[in-house]
Design a protein around this ligand. Structure first.
Ligand code: R5P
Length: 308
């Protein structure tokens, strides 16, 4: 393994806020890489010559998202250029980690119908060909990352979400809106020291199904709903309605990834008492630091255990 003397964070200006926070928590610097778009929107990237000496012997951490689509191509180009420097005879870099605050395409984590691409695994395979390690914040499903042949870290924002609510908003219970959120939401409930529940379906008659919190009376309670991502807001709005029907007096929501597609923020603010997300993506309610969660995970893990 190459001799590593420290870690350096690199990113384009698009991801500079998370990258800067990550670098600050890791007590290192964030160096900005060159990027622009040609008139036809194709990506141009470059590792500027003046920063190359600063990468020598360093464990380099590239911060970049795979959303929207154009960031996928840009991320692959950046990784490949860094890898080229890593392989150089002189001034090579140590190890190469890609840190992804928001991993797009994570929801296609299996073949639901024959002939589909397992998009999450397909992207991961391309990235894994150019780096020693991936660190992906609160990815929707971890399964597609199991057999890539490189180390994959899964930082979690749950401690930061819990800290946010512990120091501001009183919560009596945490709810997972669906089965996929149970692990994250129950971990938050534990940190907040409140009961946890998730929504279940109860059939009333042939035409009516009620969604209600499983085995928890939320009458008079202040409930926090936790999900990995919010897109249209439909999942959270349905859960909020169900909690209000059951007598909850306040409903708050927190997610890691605030996609908030057309009009979602307004609909959610109309329905909820408050909503908060991380800055893994730019969004109007980004109050929680994704960089801190990624830094905690990388510091705990130390340098990559082996190189490709
Ligand atoms: C789904 O399994 C995810 O965890 C989210 O619950 C879902 O993607 C949220 O989407 P929307 O806001 O459109 O309901």
């Amino acid at each position: 393994m190459a001799l590593s003397v420290g870690a350096t964070v690199v990113s384009t200006s698009t991801h500079a806020d998370v990258a800067l926070s990550l670098a600050t928590w890791m007590e290192t610097t964030n160096l900005i890489l060159e990027h622009r778009r040609f008139p036809d929107r194709e990506a141009y990237i470059r590792i500027p010559e003046d920063i190359q000496p600063h990468l020598a012997g360093q464990d380099v951490i590239l911060v970049t998202n795979t959303y929207p689509d154009e960031q996928i191509v840009q991320s692959i180009l950046l990784l490949q250029s860094l890898e080229q420097i890593k392989r150089a005879e002189s001034q090579g870099i140590g190890t190469l980690t890609i840190a992804i605050p928001y991993y797009g395409y994570a929801r296609q984590d299996k073949q639901f119908l024959p002939g589909e691409s397992i998009s999450s695994a397909t992207l991961a395979m391309h990235f894994s060909m150019h780096c020693d390690r991936m660190a992906i914040l609160d990815v929707h499903a971890k399964e597609p990352f199991g057999e890539l042949g490189i180390e994959v870290l899964h930082p979690s924002l749950i401690p930061e979400i819990s800290e946010f609510f512990n120091s501001g908003i009183e919560i009596d219970a945490v709810l997972a809106p669906d089965a996929g959120s149970v692990e994250r939401a129950s971990a938050a409930a534990e940190l907040l020291k409140v009961p946890f529940t998730h929504l279940t379906k109860r059939r009333i008659d042939a035409h009516t199904v009620i969604h209600e919190p499983k085995e928890l009376d939320v009458e008079g309670a202040r409930v926090l709903i936790i999900d990995d991502m919010i897109s249209t807001g439909g999942t959270i709005i349905r859960a909020t309605q169900s909690l209000r029907d059951q007598g909850a007096i306040e409903v708050h929501a927190a997610c890691t990834h605030g996609l908030f597609t057309a009009g979602a923020t307004e609909r959610l603010l109309h329905s909820l008492d408050s909503i908060v997300a991380s800055n893994s993506l730019p969004n109007p309610v980004a109050r929680i630091d994704a960089g801190k969660a990624i830094a905690r995970c990388l510091l705990e893990a130390g340098p990559p255990t082996r190189e490709r």
